[in-house]
Structure formats: C-alpha cells, structure tokens
Design a protein. Sequence first.
Length: 384
Amino acid sequence: MDFTLSSEQQMLQDTVARLARDHYSFEARKGYYRSEAGMSPDFWNQLAELGLCSVPIDQAHGGFGGSGVDNWLIMAELGRNLCLEPFLQSQIHAAGLLQQLGDADQQGQWLGQVAEGALQLAVALEEPQSHYQLHDVQTCARPVDGGWRLSGRKVAVVGGASAGLILVSARTAGDDRDDQGISLFLLEPQAVGLKRHDYPCIDGPRASDLILDDVFVAEGALLGKAGEALPALRYQQGRAIAGQCAEAVGGMQEAFRLTLDYLKTRKQFGAPIGKFQVLQHRMADMRAELEMATSMAILAACVADQADSDERSRQLAAAKFVVVRAARLIAEQAIQLHGGIGMTWEYNLAHHAKRLVMLSHQLGDDDHHLQAYARLLTDRAHAH
C-alpha cells in the first residue's frame, strides 16, 4: 500500500501546520483559554477563509468532500498545537450526522453555513448514566402538535457553548437501553426550557451540560426517521474516533519532540541527561509506542469512510485502544523524564499530557473499545 501523500494532501497539511504555528503559540493559547469564548474566533475564521472548515463536507453542499485521510491531516496538526476549537465535534462528527440523516431541505439550510465556518455544530449524545453506550438514552421526546417536546439531561457536550445548533439524541420509543426508538433532533441553544451549564475542561476545550425541561422543537428538527438514528450515531462516531486518533498522534509527536529536546539540553554531572542509557531506553520505548499508534491512526483514517460493517467497527475499536494506551504511556513517560517542570502550568508539555489523558476518556476509553473489539471478534468467529 502506498502511504505517500498526494500533492494536494501535502499542501493541505502544510497549510494547517503553518496556520496553527502562526496563531497558536503557547502564550497565545493561554490567552484563548482564559477568554470568554474559550477559543480563538479569529483562528476559526482563518480556518474558514482558507477553506479548511469545508474539507469534511460533501461537495454537493459547498464542501471539499475530503477523505478520512484529509481529516487526519487536519486533526493531527490541530492536536500538535493544542488548538481549542471544536473542529472535530462540529465539522466531522455533527456535520457527518447532518449529512447522513438530514433531508434535502435540512442539508440545504445548514450544511453550506457549516462548510463556510459561519455555523458551528455540537453533538449531545452522552448522558450521566450512559458511559459511552450510545443506545443508553433516557432523554425522551414525545410528539405534540407541530413537533416534539424533549426532556432529559446531556453531559460533556464539547463545543456546546459556541454552537449555533446542537444535535441531541432522544428516545421516541422503547425502553432505556433498546437499540430501536432513538431519534436525533436539531436544537437551538436559545430554545425555551433549555438550561446550559458551560465549563472549561481540564485539558482546555469548553464543554456544556444540558438540562432539557419540556423543550419544544418543530417537526423539521427531526433528522431522519423517528426511532432509527442509532446506526448513524454509531457510524459517525467511528469517523469522529478516527479524527480523534489523529489528534492524539499529533499531540504525542509534539510531547516526544519536547522530551527529546529536553534530554539533549538538561545537564547533570556535566553531561546531557540524554546520554544516560536508561533514559535512551525509555525514549526508544516511547518511540515504538508512537510508531504503533501512528500506524493504527492511519488505519482508522483509511477505514473511516468505508461502508458500515463489523470489520470497520473492529478496526476502529482496535485503533482507539492502541492509541489510547500509547497516549497515556507517552504522557506519563514524558513527565517522568522531565521531572518537576513537566507538571508546571507554564510549560506546554503539561498541557499536552492532560490533553492526551482526556482524549483517552472521550468517545470510549480503552476498556470500552477492548470489549467492543473482543465482542466483534467473537461474532466473527461464530459466523465462520
């Protein structure tokens, strides 16, 4: 298989890398984090002006129609620079759901704005009890004249504070953990009855908790057929996992680079500590984990846009498991090799470490994906 990037892909990677370097110095990021928006609207506008917001969107809706590899290139550079903007949640995850489930009117009304960067989206799928299970939905939607009434609670909605529309899963039929009966709705943040609690996550991005108290949405807010949204939720989460793996690889590469530079410059007993063999062995272990994680992230990018299948799900679960384990190991080893400075707020390695650890708890942790992989492998064995 040829892993060489095309000239267009190389240009895309270089564009994102240059833009992130110019706007996301470590000092600038700390200012964005402390700002009211919790990110950089100027950087988002730059992403839009350069056409980067349109990369994951289909050409039919004003986008570039990029592949999973194109998304990988963008997310890796955003991860390398610890960018705070919800590109993954809005442009890949939520826009993917809108493309897959929305009708022509819904796509025509919203996707062009998303591709232009004028509209940010967010996904509200997690609930306090769900623990990564997309079918564990207690938020309910009941039909009323002219639309639906939504009641329930959603948690950890990354990008919810800046989103112009939030995609909310709710149960329209069945019991709490049934696969059937789950629907997806477009929700405006200003809707009457919606209470939103915004907060900064420990690793930088902003998230929101939503309390829906008999919130009315019109009939046109339902995406797809009522009660049949779960397959799309699972498929698009797979695309989001591929993007997240790429973001983690970008962060791991930067954490590794910072650690290597530190070992070359920090001196003890009159020599750089990088000359100590035991530290060289630990760096070699980190490098091996990074290479394996990179390979699995590339695999995830290659299968992300394939048709839904158990094999695709199995490969994505394997990729997330390997990347999560590598991310935690590299974060921990980088801090160990730096010593106390690796934990200080004023040094960017600490922020990379926090981000890598938090990524391992979003869209399913390693235990969740190991169980999913084992279940799919067992099903495959029984099928044969």
